[in-house]
Design a binder for this molecule. Structure first.
Ligand code: SF4
Ligand code: SF4
Length: 280
């Protein structure tokens, strides 16, 4: 089973929910937790452990000047501005390259070959006897977040129980994360902004055909609009986490309420049961 944890915006507590759920599940079964928030991975802060890193590469063009006649076709083709043909040189800007391979295809001289370039890494650790943490990490300034996410997901592939922690928002990295998930937990908070972004995230899950449910975080007890939205769209409310100084203090020091606060392991276990009950 593959469960994605997503949110329409940052700061809702998505990673906190993912970490607490992973910790609870790992008490009784083997779990792989994949940090797909590759531009800002932070699950390792909840689960510090020695990790092994594997580089992630993407193909970029290399010019063979013994063949190139500076016709300019590759520069005209590249819509990302990663190639520019000047008088007697082809300038390449690897940081802008999206590794589409198109320039090599259109080059009439066969003067472009693709070479691997490191854009990030996948970091693997086992912080608990029954928990494996896989973190995708995109190098600063790189654009191919989906490639690193795909690599991190590939490391987990084949495992019977996987949690994906998505990046905030609804852009390509989130689509890449949700792809193939059996269920999506949407984490929101009871504010107008929270509801606005929940609508967007719920729309993405619906578009991808992934069943979803909602966790309301930092609830101030005035969740009527969120509840009404969920009812209208057939989204079960799986859990409500109240706004509480005690919870905030645990989370601020990198703790887990499922582990450090009485009663919350049971609530996260109930969250897992609720998902098992509604997912295929
Ligand atoms: S398309 Fe090929 S031959 Fe033309 S400028 Fe680019 S690398 Fe050179
Ligand atoms: S591989 Fe695609 S994105 Fe990269 S330089 Fe070539 S055409 Fe541009």
């Amino acid at each position: 089973m593959k469960i994605a944890i997503a949110s329409g915006k940052g700061g809702t507590g998505k990673s906190t929910v993912a970490a607490n759920l992973a910790w609870t599940l790992a008490r009784s079964r083997d779990v792989v937790l994949v940090d797909c928030d590759v531009e800002e991975p932070n699950l390792h802060l909840f689960f510090p452990a020695e990790a092994t890193d594997v580089p992630v590469t993407a193909p970029v063009p290399e010019i063979d000047y013994t063949r190139c006649n500076f016709c300019g076709e590759c520069g005209e083709f590249c819509r990302f501005g990663a190639l520019a043909v000047v008088k007697d040189s082809v300038l390449t800007f690897p940081y802008l390259c999206h590794s589409c391979g198109g320039c090599a295809l259109v080059c009439p001289q066969g003067a472009i070959r693709e070479v691997p370039r490191t854009i990030g890494r996948v970091s693997c650790s086992r912080p608990l006897p029954r928990l494996v943490l896989i973190s995708g990490i995109l190098n600063e300034g790189e654009v191919l977040a989906p490639t690193v996410i795909g690599a991190a997901k590939m490391f987990a592939e084949g495992h019977p129980f996987i949690l994906y922690d998505a990046s905030p928002g609804i852009a390509c990295p989130v689509i890449e994360t949700l792809e193939g998930a059996d269920y999506c937990i949407l984490v929101t908070e009871s504010t107008p902004f929270g509801l606005h972004d929940l609508r967007l995230a719920a729309g993405v899950a619906e578009e991808l055909g992934i069943p979803a449910g909602v966790v309301i975080n930092r609830s101030d007890g005035q969740d009527e609009e969120t509840v009404a939205f969920c009812r209208e769209h057939g989204l079960p409310i799986l859990m409500t986490i109240p706004f509480s100084r005690e919870i905030a203090a645990i989370q601020n020091r990198g703790g887990l309420i499922s582990r450090d606060l009485a009663g919350w392991e049971e609530r996260f276990a109930a969250l897992s049961d609720a998902i098992s009950g509604v997912s295929p």
